[in-house]
Design a protein around this ligand. Structure first.
Ligand code: ZN
Length: 306
C-alpha cells in the first residue's frame, strides 16, 4: 500500500539513505494525436486539424522522498483548464486546445488531491523541480506556495518572448504572486559521467538528485538523474520523449525542435552507455511505473513474487 509505505519513509528520514522512495503520481487522463506522440512528416497544423487517430496520454508527476524533504518532479495539470472556460486567457488557445488534446480530467487530478491520495499533504512539499513550463507540468504550483520552484534560466527566458502562450506556456498561471520561483544555471563539471552536457545542477548537494539540460521539447527543458545506492540510476526525462523506446529508436515526436531533440537524445544515450543500468523514464509513458519499480527493486526479476 502506497500510504503505509510513504508514512514509514517519512518516519525514517534520519536514516542514512539519501532517497527513501520514488512514486509515480497519476494526475489524470488525456488523449493526443498519434502524430503528436510518434512523430510525423506532415506539418503540425495538418494533424492538429485533420488527424483522426487519437492515443492515450497519461498525465504523471513524480514524488521523491529525500531525507531533507519531499521533492516533486513537476506539478501536473490544473483540472480548471478543462472545467473553467476562463482558464486560458487567449481565444486562440481556447480554440486550439481541444484540437490538440482531449482532456478527461476531474477535480481529483489536482496535485493536492493526488498527493492526499498517497498520504502526503501538499503543505509538506519542500521543492518542486519544473522540467518545463507547459501547462500540464506547472498546473499545481498554486497548491504548493511554500515550495521552492526550480526552473532553468533558459526555460524562464521563454516568458520574455513575444507570445509564449502559442507554445502552451501560459504566463498568467506561471507568474503568480504566491510562487517561489528560482531560476538555475547549469554549472560546468569535470565529472566524465556528464561529458557532453552543458553543465549540471545538484539539487540536494549530495549528488543524489542531479539536473541536466535536455532541450528540444522546449528551449529550457531539463531531466533529473536520481542515484541511490542499491537502486539502478533513474533519469526522468519529462517530455523529451513520450516513450522511452522512441528515444532508443531515435524517433522524435511531432512537437519541439527536431535537431535539438536529436542532440539531447544523443547525450542521454551517451549517459546510458556510461551507466548501462540507467532507467530512462518519460512523464507521459505508461511504462513509467514499471520502470521505477524495476529500478528501485533491482533484485526482483519479472514474474517473481516480492
Ligand atoms: Zn510538454
Amino acid at each position: 500500500m502506497g500510504v503505509v509505505h510513504l508514512a514509514n519513509a517519512i518516519e525514517t528520514r534520519n536514516a542514512s539513505r539519501a532517497i527513501e522512495a520514488i512514486q509515480v503520481l497519476d494526475c489524470g487522463r488525456a488523449e493526443q494525436h498519434w502524430e503528436h506522440r510518434y512523430g510525423s512528416r506532415l506539418p503540425r497544423l495538418w494533424w492538429v486539424f485533420f488527424g483522426r487517430r487519437w492515443v492515450e496520454l497519461p498525465l504523471q508527476a513524480f514524488l521523491i522522498q529525500h531525507r531533507d524533504g519531499l521533492i516533486l518532479f513537476d506539478t501536473a495539470i490544473d483540472p480548471a483548464v478543462q472545467l473553467d472556460r476562463g482558464y486560458i486567457g487567449q481565444a486562440i488557445g481556447r480554440f486550439l486546445l481541444p484540437r490538440i488534446f482531449r482532456l478527461h480530467l476531474t477535480e481529483a487530478d489536482r496535485i493536492d488531491h493526488v498527493l492526499a491520495k498517497v498520504g502526503v499533504s501538499a503543505k509538506d512539499i519542500k521543492t518542486a523541480v519544473i522540467s518545463h513550463l507547459h501547462f500540464d507540468h506547472v498546473g499545481g504550483i498554486g497548491q504548493i506556495p511554500q515550495a521552492e520552484l526550480i526552473v532553468s534560466e533558459d526555460e524562464w527566458a521563454i516568458l520574455s518572448e513575444s507570445y509564449p502562450e502559442r507554445e502552451w506556456i501560459l504566463r498568467e498561471h506561471i507568474e503568480v504572486p504566491s510562487a517561489k520561483w528560482r531560476q538555475i544555471a547549469f554549472e560546468p563539471t569535470e565529472d566524465p559521467l556528464f561529458e557532453g552536457f552543458e553543465g549540471i545542477h545538484d539539487v540536494t548537494g549530495d549528488g543524489s538528485i542531479i539536473l541536466l539540460p535536455t532541450p528540444g521539447h522546449t528551449k529550457g527543458s531539463i531531466s533529473m538523474l536520481i542515484r541511490q545506492e542499491g537502486w539502478r540510476p533513474i533519469l526522468l526525462v519529462a517530455d523529451l520523449t513520450y516513450e522511452t523506446a522512441l528515444l532508443e529508436q531515435n524517433r522524435v515526436p511531432g512537437t519541439g525542435d527536431r535537431e535539438t531533440l536529436l542532440a539531447s537524445f544523443k547525450k542521454v544515450r551517451l549517459l546510458q552507455e556510461r551507466m548501462p543500468d540507467l532507467e530512462i523514464v518519460a512523464s507521459h509513458d505508461f511504462a513509467a511505473k514499471e520502470a521505477i519499480a524495476r529500478a528501485t527493486h533491482p533484485n526482483t526479476t519479472q514474474g517473481e513474487q516480492p
